[in-house]
Design a protein around this ligand. Sequence first.
Ligand SMILES: [Zn+2]
Length: 261
Amino acid sequence: MSAKFILRFDDFCPKMNWEVWDQLEAILTKHGIKPIIAVVPDNQDPKLDVSQSNPLFWERVSAWQSAGWSIAIHGYQHLYSNTNSGLMKINNYSEFAGLSYEENYHKLEAGLQIFSEHNIKVDAWIAPAHSFDANTVKALLALNINVISDGFYWRPLKRQGATWIPSQMWRFRPMPFGLWTVCKHINRYTNKDIKDFECDIERYKSDIIAFNQALDDYTICELTLFDTLFEKFWHSYLKFRQKIQPVVNMIKRIFKVLPRS
Ligand SMILES: [Zn+2]
C-alpha cells in the first residue's frame, strides 16, 4: 500500500482563531477531507485564547462529527502542571504524565463528562504536548477510550492495550510507505500559510484518509522491536532536522536574494 496521510488539528476551543479556521474548514469541505480534531474540553490555557469566544463552539464540533470527522479529547484544561515528558519524550511539560492513576482518571473523567453533556462521542486521545504516561493509558482504557493519536511509528499498532495511530509530522512531505499523521496548529496562521495549506491539500488529497478509516484499513498488530527501532530513528531524525533548520533557512534566504541569471 502506498503512503497514506491523516490530517489532525490541535488546540480547538471556543476562543481559537475562527477567522483562519473558517477558511481552512471551507478548503477541507471543498476537497472532501475528513480530519481529526483535538478538542480541549475546558480550556484554561490563555495561549489558546486568540479570539472572541464562539458561543456555538459545541454545535460546530457536533456538525463536524456528523460530517464524518473524528473528535479527540485533547487533555482536560491544557494546563501544564509538571516537567514530565512521559512516554513520548518530546516536550518537558505535561498536564498528565507523572501524575497518579487516580489523578489521570479524574481529569479524564471530568473532560469526558463535558463531551457527554454536548452529545459528542470521543474517538481518540490526543495528549497536550504529546506528554502522557502508562497511568494515562490505563485510565483511558478504564474510561473506554482505547485509541491514541501519537507515536513515532510508521504504522498503527497495539501498545499497552491501546491502539496507537501514529502522529509524526507537522507538514506534508512525500513518503514511500506507511501511515503518517500531519499535525497542524492554526492559531497563528498567516494568509500565506492558508494558501500553502490549500496547495498541500490539492497535492496530497488522493492519499489523505479519515482517522476512523485507518482503524478499518490496517491490520493492527502488537508493537515489535522493529517499531521501537523505527521510533528511535524518527526521534533522532526530527531532533537533527530541528538543529539544522536555522542553517537551511539561512541558505534559502541567501538563494532568494541572489540575482537570477
Ligand atoms: Zn495542545
